[in-house]
Structures are given as C-alpha cells and as structure tokens.
Design a protein around this ligand. Structure first.
Ligand SMILES: [Zn+2]
Ligand SMILES: [Zn+2]
Length: 236
C-alpha cells in the first residue's frame, strides 16, 4: 500500500450492522482502497499471529503444514513481518513448524514424488475463502441504503472482489453496484489518460495528485490491494 488516507474513525458507527465482520467492513469503508482486501488482510495477519503464538506445538497443525509444504513467497513475507512487528509471535515458532515442513519435503524427495513442495499455500487458500466470505457480507450489507451511501463515498472494491459481490447480488442492487463500478472505472480511465497526456513534452499542464496516483490506483483496483505494512498492531 502506498497511499494512506486519514481513517474515518468509527465510520461504522452510523451504519446498521449485524456482526463484528460487518462492523469491521464498515470501518474499512472509511480507509483507502478495497474494504474487502483490507479486512481479508487483517484476518490473514491474525491467522499468522495465532498460528505462531498458539499452534506451533499442535501436532495436527504440523501435519497440515507438512502436507501443504508451508506458505508461498508473498505469505512468507507476511510471516516475517508478523514476527518482526508483533509481540508473542516468535521466530522459534516458525522454526518449529518449518522443521516439520522441511522433514516432509525431504521424505517426498526420497520417495521420488512428482510434487515435492506439497499442496497449495494454506494462507492463499484461506485468504481466498475469507475474501469470498467478506465480499458476501458486504454484498448483503449493500442492500441497505445507508451502506450504499457509505460505499459510494468510499474507494469501492477491487475487481476480483467486485465480481464476488456482483455474484452475490440480484436485480436492482446488482445493477446499482455495476453502475457504481462503471463510474469509478470511467473516472480512473480519465485520470490515466490525463496523466499520460500531461507527461508529453509538448503539453504544459499541471498534473494533479489524483492523476499522478492513477497508475497505483489502477494496480489495486484491477488486481487487488496489497500491503507492505502490518494492518493489525499489538495496541489495537
Ligand atoms: Zn479487494
Ligand atoms: Zn500464499
């Protein structure tokens, strides 16, 4: 994540919500970028922390980690950030889990298995599930007019999560969300074209902040949002 907008504290306060997940989504609407990506990332960080703090000695968890072959490169980066940035999540816990992972990989290598590295990254699988779940909750919440108004003022969701939200909606609400997304894409395309145009040597025009940020916006809006800092801290 490159841009930080001042969070609208308690954005959720004025919204009807039925669960902790909805409350968190409501607050995420007050921050920059895709609210579904944001709550999914927060959940992934909590998952890593809980894994390291509570489950690094659990035989069932070791077995599951051995089968999956550990986490992918992107989630390896997240594990490192959680160890470096959170209390009680120790490097020793990672070492204990990966002692088992490495042992399983050695066995698969000895057995001549075609798939030595194991199955899919457990955190990739979990993030996909959590994203689908959060998108479903957001879609349900968007049936309410107050949520629609808060959503319209937010940055909206990325395209992968837009597809999930659209799939969960029908009729008028689906049309509304599709139209909202179309308007956001129209505006983004205009900013991209203005940024490209104003960079030409023969054009003497001031590039706005939104235009200079348009390529960053295009990256997260089309592909999903990422974070190079922890979103969950020890003090909240
Ligand atoms: Zn997203
Ligand atoms: Zn992964």
């Amino acid at each position: 994540m490159r841009r930080e907008r001042k969070p609208v504290i308690g954005r959720s306060d004025g919204l009807p919500h039925a669960s902790v997940a909805t409350f968190e989504l409501g607050n995420a609407l007050g921050e920059w970028g895709c609210p579904v990506c944001r709550v999914t990332r927060r959940a992934a960080e909590r998952w890593v922390w809980t894994l390291l703090y509570e489950h690094s000695g659990d035989p069932a968890v070791h077995q599951a980690m051995a089968e999956t072959g550990g986490v992918c490169a992107a989630h390896g980066d997240l594990v490192q950030r959680v160890v470096a940035g959170r209390q009680l999540a120790s490097s020793g816990a990672v070492a204990r889990l990966y002692h088992t992972v490495v042992d399983a990989v050695r066995q698969r290598l000895d057995e001549g298995s075609r798939k030595v590295s194991g199955s899919r990254c457990p955190l990739c699988v979990r993030e996909q599930e959590m994203g689908k779940h959060a998108a479903g909750i957001l879609a349900e919440a968007l049936k309410d007019v107050a949520w629609q108004e808060a959503y319209a003022e937010s940055d909206g969701v990325c395209l992968p999560h837009l597809e999930l939200c659209l799939a969960a909606l029908r009729g008028r609400q689906r049309s509304w969300l599709r139209q909202d997304a179309r308007q956001r894409l129209d505006a983004l395309q205009y900013r991209l074209s203005e940024y490209c145009r104003k960079q030409r040597y023969d054009v003497d025009a001031c590039i706005t902040d939104e235009e200079s940020d348009s390529w960053n916006e295009a990256l997260w809006r089309v592909g999903g949002m990422w974070s190079d800092t922890l979103l969950v801290r020890d003090d909240h």
